[in-house]
Design a binder for this molecule. Sequence first.
Ligand code: AMP
Length: 184
Amino acid sequence: MKILFLGPPGAGKGTQADLVADRLGVPHISTGEMFRDHVSRGTELGERVEAIMAGGDYVPDEITVAMLEQRFAQPDADRGFILDGFPRTRGQVASLDALLGEGGLDLVVVFKVDEDELVSRMLSRGRADDTAETIRNRLQVYHEQTQPLIDVYSERGLTETVDGIGDVGEVTERILSVIGERVR
Ligand code: AMP
């Protein structure tokens, strides 16, 4: 089962993707985590993306898509995955369609969280790209480039919206319940 988590930064996608992937026995694939791993290991790719991430901007599609393509080539991605943080642009949607081929995604879980809640969550998480100024930029970039993707997937009949506010375990149960209804 190939499931995408879509929503604004700070919505809890990463936390929930970890929990849900564990329950379903599929990998959690997060381009943000992969980039952070490169930065912390000081790889060449990490050096290219560090300043972009620190400013809250998007890494260019060709870099992101190439990294994801390598990840999909690993055998554990065959059975399915929870994809989190990709696609973020229309170009990335087209790349994902090409990478997945026929069938594509089974479900897109859209996270709904109030904007004030997003900001306070991000400020409390203490990540390098979670300063007040960067957060403002990340939300703006999200609204401009990624929010429109909700319509793209909703026109394909793939979206289910989940309320991301509340206890972590309760949100996990909400997500598992929409997955259970949609995916067999
Ligand atoms: P995330 O952990 O998903 O919030 O991602 C952290 C940062 O990594 C983002 O703010 C971007 O700078 C970068 N990033 C992650 N995924 C992508 C993507 N699909 N396209 C472009 N940049 C990305």
